[in-house]
Ligand binder design. Sequence first.
Ligand code: NAD
Length: 456
Amino acid sequence: MKPKKAVGRTNGASTFLLSDKLWLKAVKNRTARVGIMGLGYVGLPLIRTYCAAGFDCLGFDVDSSKIRSLNAGKSYIKHIPSALIKQMVATGRFKSTGDPKRLRECDALIICVPTPLTKNREPDMSYVESTAHLVADHLRRGQLVTLESTTYPGTTRELLQPILESTGLTAERDFFLAYSPEREDPGRKDHSTATIPKLVGGVGPKSSKIAVALYRAAIEQVVPVSSCDVAEAAKILENVYRSVNIAMINELKMLFDRMGVDVWEVVRAAATKPFGFQPFYTGPGLGGHCIPIDPFYLTWKARQYDMTTRFIELAGEINTSMPQYVIYRLAEALNGKKKPINGSKVLVLGLAYKKDVDDIRESPSIELIEMLRKRGAKVDYNDPLIIRTPKQREHNLGMTSKKLTATMLKSYDCVLIATDHTAYDYAWIVRHAKLVVDTRNATEGVAVGRNKIVKA
Ligand SMILES: NC(=O)c1ccc[n+]([C@@H]2O[C@H](COP(=O)([O-])OP(=O)(O)OC[C@H]3O[C@@H](n4cnc5c(N)ncnc54)[C@H](O)[C@@H]3O)[C@@H](O)[C@H]2O)c1
């Protein structure tokens, strides 16, 4: 990284932005160096945002293939084009490394590592913990560390701070520590990392002030809150809110199906009320790295306070049962054609957990494929964004996306729309399919062949 003339630096290798004053100046002059740890769906757009704001950025990841790819100007996330990475590299302001010794070169270290659940559905803090130890090994005075990973309230104070302070350095005096949740929604066109308001809470007033200044330099609106705990809790609230409301609509869908009422039309009708109602939409089940997982971080934490988070548990129960409901509807639809699932050919459209992204983490499509296979169906899939199924922690489907043609569509007993990618021509799909089970209302605008469509 090319060193700029910096305030508060003693030499090229060690920087000491020890006071908030020096920090604010370094942010203003763009001489503060920003390190992002974890260059995934969250870290990569964030580093792009800091690069665009004129900061020298160092990306750090333990996955060496990602580092190689980025340094060669190649993206591994579909909605972030390689041209953009090339452009960032060409500015000379963006480098990536797997060498933790280089963490010392950064004034700010922003942590964007995974926070999944263990097999027992408890928080798996191993990534945050190992990153915290890595930071501690290289921590130096004047650095700002912020955590962005979604987690339970208390993480920054109770987990991160003690690990960082085990170095003998003290937060607020020697280094600064804050939490700022990532609210990224991959694939969204109307917002980017820079336009989504950013909540920021520090472990103390200096940390808050410095973190707010750093985020304000790259992000349009920064919302300071009084503590890390509030920022952590606000992020979890956002995800619990979605999970609970989606569960409610999913339950109503099952009821309205029995009553012969179309839940999609009902939600659209209710949403015409100009206040007091926000629409949520049903689907084949929750997916992605956030909504199916994050609420359970709070459930786990609540036990320490002798509380049961009943809304979260109930929502989880309903949402995780949705793939079973889809299979039930699909079995009924096939039954109407005098066919059992066993031996039927089913084409699943869409593997990603939501439209127009290439992310299959927690995707209900994977579960649907496994459930169909278990029942004896011959299953294929098509997803324009996922050419073959990657090996995951708990799944290895070993499948390749089939090319869509009119003849191949005709050859399946059922086409199951699991993800409503924009690239699909739904009228064409319905025209050539024998039977379509639609979990996303993707075929809403299709006029011809409606008798072939079953919503699920
Ligand atoms: N994906 C989203 O849409 C989204 C949205 C909001 C919040 N979040 C939260 O952001 C966090 C990151 O999610 P993500 O989707 O970017 O995950 P990701 O898996 O796409 O990326 C995480 C990256 O961290 C790297 N990593 C793991 N351990 C590391 C370490 N010790 N040091 C450096 N790098 C390390 C991994 O190799 C990976 O590249 C999670 O807490 C998630 O809940 C994600």
